[in-house]
Design a protein around this ligand. Structure first.
Ligand SMILES: [Zn+2]
Length: 279
C-alpha cells in the first residue's frame, strides 16, 4: 500500500508533467473503483486546464480551472502511469486515462480497485467527506508536540494505534510509524497517554524527520519519479526496522545485548522494533 512519502512523490511527478496543461480527453474503462466515478466526470474535466496539485494525507488533489478538484486515492494497489499519448494496446487494470494537450497521457491502474476518484469544489476541498475529519498533516506546523500531547492525554491504547488514528495525525501508515518509533526510541506497545509531554516532544521531530528523509529519497526531478515503465513513485526503500524481523539492529551490538529486530502483531498488523532501546 502506498504510504505518504510515496504519494507525495507521485503527486510531484504529476505536477511536473501535467501542471499548466489542458485535459484534452478523458476516458473511463469502467463505472467504479472503490466507489462509482462521479456522475458526469468525463464532461466536467474534459477541456479543463490543470492549475496545480496538492496532497492531503494520502489523497492527491488535482485542481482544475473550472473550480473543481479531482480527488485521487491510490488505495491498496493503485498506480499512476505516465507516457506519450499514442494508440497502444489497452493497459491491464487501467481504469481511467487523461490525455493532455501536449501529447501525454496518465493512466490510473488499480488491480484491486480500492482506489478512488471523486470531484470536489476546490474552494471546499477540506469539507469533502474523506478529508473533513483528518487531523493535521504530519509535516505541517499544526502537528506539534503540544498538539500530539493534547490528543494523547487520557488515551489508553498502544502508542502505535494512536499514531495510526487519522484524526490525531493524517496520513501515517504502518511502515513509517514503525520507523518513527524506532527513531524516537519509543515502544509501539507503550500506553499512549504516557507519551504526552516530553516523549511527544521527542516523537514529533522523529516523525517529521522520518517522512522528510523518505520523501527526499524519492528524488527531486521527474526523472527520479518516473520508473522506466512510466510508473510514478519510488520503490528503493531502506527501512531500519520495517520488515526486518530477526535481523541485527543497527543501533545495538549483537546478542546477547540486543536480540535484533522483533515483531509483534497489533490490531492485525505487524510492528517491528528494537526491544532494547525502544521503551
Ligand atoms: Zn537494538
Amino acid at each position: 500500500m502506498p504510504e505518504l512519502p510515496e504519494v507525495e512523490t507521485v503527486m510531484r511527478g504529476l505536477r511536473q508533467r501535467l501542471e499548466g496543461r489542458r485535459i484534452q480527453r478523458a476516458v473511463l474503462h469502467r463505472a467504479d473503483l472503490r466507489w462509482p466515478f462521479p456522475e458526469g466526470l468525463v464532461q466536467r474535466i474534459t477541456g479543463a486546464r490543470i492549475e496545480g496539485f496538492r496532497r492531503r494525507a494520502k489523497y492527491i488533489l488535482m485542481r482544475l480551472d473550472g473550480g473543481d478538484s479531482l480527488l485521487l486515492h491510490l488505495g491498496m494497489s493503485g498506480r499512476m502511469v505516465l507516457g506519450p499519448a499514442h494508440p497502444n494496446a489497452p493497459v491491464l487494470h487501467e481504469h481511467m486515462v487523461l490525455e493532455t494537450d501536449d501529447g501525454w497521457r496518465v493512466g490510473f491502474v488499480d488491480p484491486r480497485r480500492f482506489g478512488s476518484v471523486d470531484l470536489v469544489s476546490t474552494a471546499a476541498e477540506d469539507g469533502h467527506r474523506l478529508l473533513r475529519d483528518l487531523g493535521p498533516e504530519p509535516l505541517g506546523e499544526a502537528f506539534s508536540a503540544a498538539h500530539l500531547s493534547s490528543r494523547l492525554v487520557g488515551r489508553h491504547t498502544p502508542l502505535k494505534s494512536a499514531l495510526l488514528d487519522q484524526k490525531i495525525v493524517a496520513g501515517l501508515g504502518n511502515i513509517y510509524v514503525c520507523e518513527a518509533l524506532f527513531r524516537a526510541r519509543l515502544s509501539p506497545r507503550r500506553d499512549a497517554h504516557t507519551v504526552a509531554g516530553a516523549r511527544a516532544a521527542r516523537l514529533v521531530p522523529a516523525i517529521k524527520a522520518t517522512l522528510t528523509e523518505a520523501i527526499a529519497a524519492g528524488g527531486s526531478s521527474l526523472r527520479d519519479y518516473v520508473q522506466p515503465s512510466g510508473e510514478l513513485g519510488y520503490f528503493q526503500h531502506a527501512w531500519k526496522v520495517y520488515g526486518r524481523e530477526g535481523e541485527a539492529c543497527e543501533r545495538c551490538p549483537g546478542p546477547p545485548v540486543c536480540e535484533g529486530i522483533g515483531r509483534i502483531v497489533q490490531s492485525g498488523r505487524s510492528s517491528f522494533f528494537c526491544g532494547r532501546t525502544q521503551r
